[in-house]
Design a protein around this ligand. Structure first.
Ligand code: HEM
Length: 233
């Protein structure tokens, strides 16, 4: 395997923000809150779906473990503020990153297979809601992203000519896949099943939960790919 030495600028460094301690602390609190929210949302959705009670029940469990937890943690582990996985070495982070993203693919395929099987049994139409259409888009973007990642892992084997350009595509495509998955999870809150399961003020809280990790991840990815130019005022 080829050693990856992707240059990744710590969040805010490109803007000279590291000097502002308030920014550093705000960012630290936001990253911790993003970890807690991602884990909390996954646990809540998994409990609400009551896994094992039907074919459908595995869909929210698999999808939330994959997209809300593994995908979020797989990106946040590169955050300068650190993650629950206290790896210092870049190589260990990259290894854990692709391991978590492989888990995303595995849980996504399993979750959708359960959903399709459940619909076949109940003879309901496929791809009939915004959630299912957005979900299909998310799966396509995630598969494309995984392809980009595989090219970065084995550039020589796959005949990659410009590694730098591929890194940029990987980051951009990753952002699109993450945002699409956030929109899909949010759209899941509008499905008949979810509205029958959660109602009132709790429903509005659920609606906001996926947004928080998304903002932190978006901030992290966009900052990582900004030109490293210091503010000199
Ligand atoms: C990013 C994660 C997710 C993706 C990619 C995804 C994908 C999909 C797809 C492709 C379908 C349609 C299957 C078909 O038509 O045969 C579907 C259906 C469904 N999903 Fe998800 N899903 C995700 C997360 C969730 C979550 C977290 C929940 C529960 C909170 C959920 C609840 C449902 C329900 C109730 C349906 C059936 C109604 C419908 O077709 O919209 N999904 N999902």
């Amino acid at each position: 395997m080829v050693r990856l030495d992707v240059e990744y600028s710590p969040v805010g460094e490109g803007l000279g923000m590291r000097e502002f301690w308030v920014y550093v602390w705000l960012r630290r609190v936001a990253v911790i809150a993003a970890h807690v929210t991602a884990l909390g949302l996954t646990v809540l959705l998994s409990v609400l779906s009551r896994p094992g009670t039907s074919l459908f029940s595995w869909h929210p469990l698999c999808m939330s473990v994959g997209f809300c937890l593994c995908m979020t943690e797989g990106i946040l582990l590169f955050s300068a503020e650190g993650s629950p996985f206290c790896f210092k070495s870049r190589n260990a982070k990259v290894r854990l990153h692709w391991l978590l993203q492989a888990l995303v693919l595995l849980t996504a395929i399993t979750g959708v297979a359960f959903m399709v099987a459940s619909k076949n049994v109940s003879e309901h139409a496929h791809l009939a809601t915004w959630h299912s259409l957005l979900g299909t888009g998310t799966l396509a973007a995630t598969a494309l992203q995984a392809g980009c990642g595989a090219c970065l892992l084995f550039p020589k084997l796959l005949g990659v000519s410009s590694l730098q350009r591929l890194k940029l595509y990987h980051g951009t495509c990753g952002l699109v896949a993450y945002l699409l998955s956030t929109v899909t999870v949010t759209a899941a809150m509008f499905t008949e099943w979810f509205k029958a399961t959660v109602s009132g003020a709790a429903w509005y809280v659920f609606l906001l939960l996926p947004l928080f990790p998304a903002l932190v991840v978006m901030n992290q990815i966009t900052n990582a790919y900004l030109p490293k130019k210091k503010i000199t005022t």
